[in-house]
Design a protein around this ligand. Structure first.
Ligand SMILES: NC(=O)c1ccc[n+]([C@@H]2O[C@H](COP(=O)([O-])OP(=O)(O)OC[C@H]3O[C@@H](n4cnc5c(N)ncnc54)[C@H](OP(=O)(O)O)[C@@H]3O)[C@@H](O)[C@H]2O)c1
Length: 338
């Protein structure tokens, strides 16, 4: 089945994306072993179903190499002209240190080499410590590299609203910020989304399915112990649920989602993804894919045919409003890393 037009988004000039991006942290090794040949075959399956956009990072194990291999095989099968059908959004997560032109250039060149491309579609920049203002040096060099054609668009990940404003005030143009955004973690709605809308910046959301916890699979299940949280992602988001309100409240959320999903002939995961896609400033949600291990192609494609209405939201709102305020508890988006 062809992907509906609602599955695409004009992300930036000459850059259309699928609104559900394939998340490649899941191939890093922290989520179980991945067989490269199986992963590559899965990438073709996702692409053929219309999931043409990938999110990755320099530190997600072989993810950038997988993109390189995928692009080579894709070009061999379909011709290099069609490589533009693939969008691969990587990140640079440098260790703290001097951000000279040389350091920045070398990092970008490593990603270009690994991904087999002269120009990165999107480079999302992460920074660990705002007290170290050298993130502005790095961003200035990245902007130069963009202007020189080595990066198509510059973006951020896990920056808070205050620093988005600082970066804009320094005249550095970015197209998006990647942040955690889900029915459980709604911090971006507090201040960031409005700022983004005013300044023409979009959000790419991760953690939308809480590593898979926000799905039919976990409805009615007792609180999982560590041995059941078999991926890094499950462990990360179980902690987030604990901070948000705990397993009992989370089960109430799953129970509230189930009839909404049934009404739409959909899954809980579909409703969770649709909810975030409908939020202001959100360009897309990144859904992790354990390539070659587990796939959710047909199920996730259904998300684009769902329209949530006021009655659906009226069922969900009372549950999520009983949670703790993560903004107060953790801080703005990305503060969980600092
Ligand atoms: N910028 C950052 O700091 C940051 C941080 C975290 C993640 N990310 C990005 O976001 C991506 C998403 O990762 P995440 O850790 O946040 O996980 P996630 O997307 O919330 O969850 C991914 C898991 O959800 C399950 N799933 C997917 N579709 C499903 C469906 N239709 N029904 C039921 N289950 C479904 C799969 O579990 P199974 O494999 O078990 O089936 C999959 O492994 C990462 O790969 C990465 O690209 C970025």
């Amino acid at each position: 089945m062809a992907m509906p037009a609602t599955g695409r988004f004009e992300f930036a000039t000459d850059l259309s994306i699928c609104r559900i991006l394939g998340g490649m942290w899941q191939v890093s090794g922290a989520h179980g072993a991945i067989d490269p040949a199986g992963a590559l075959a899965a990438m073709f399956a996702y692409h053929d179903a219309g999931f043409t956009t990938w999110d990755l990072a320099d530190h997600y194990g072989p993810a950038e190499d997988f993109i390189g291999a995928f692009r080579r095989q894709f070009a061999a099968q379909h011709g290099a002209d069609r490589l533009a059908e693939i969008q691969a959004f990587t990140k640079w997560v440098p260790h703290p240190g001097p951000m000279t032109r040389r350091v920045v250039e070398e990092a970008v060149d490593v990603s270009r080499r690994r991904m087999g491309t002269d120009r990165l579609d999107l480079l999302q920049f992460h920074w660990w410590d705002y007290r170290d203002a050298r993130y502005l040096d790095a961003l200035r060099h990245l902007a130069d590299l963009r202007d020189a054609g080595r990066i198509r668009h510059l973006a951020l990940t896990n920056f808070d609203t205050e620093r988005l404003a600082v970066i804009a005030d320094h005249g550095i143009r970015v197209v998006s910020n990647q942040v955690q955004y889900s029915l459980v973690d709604r911090r971006p709605a507090a201040r960031m989304a409005a700022w983004c809308q005013q300044h023409g910046v979009t959000l790419l959301a991760y953690g939308t399915l809480l590593g898979g916890l926000l799905s039919d699979r976990w409805l009615g299940r007792p609180e999982p112990g560590r041995s059941e949280l078999i991926t890094a992602s499950l462990g990360k988001y179980k902690q987030m649920i604990d901070a948000w309100g705990g397993w009992a409240l989370f089960q109430q959320l799953l129970a509230a989602l189930k009839p909404v999903a049934n009404r739409h002939g959909a899954s809980i995961a579909n409703i969770a993804a649709r909810y975030v896609l409908d939020q202001p400033a959100v360009a897309g949600v990144i859904v992790g894919a354990r390539l070659g291990v587990a796939e959710h192609i047909a199920d996730n494609a259904r998300t684009f045919n769902i329209a949530l209405d006021a009655a659906d939201l009226a069922v969900l709102d009372p549950v999520v409003s009983r949670s703790r305020d993560l903004l107060q508890l953790i801080g703005d988006c990305g503060d969980e890393y600092r």
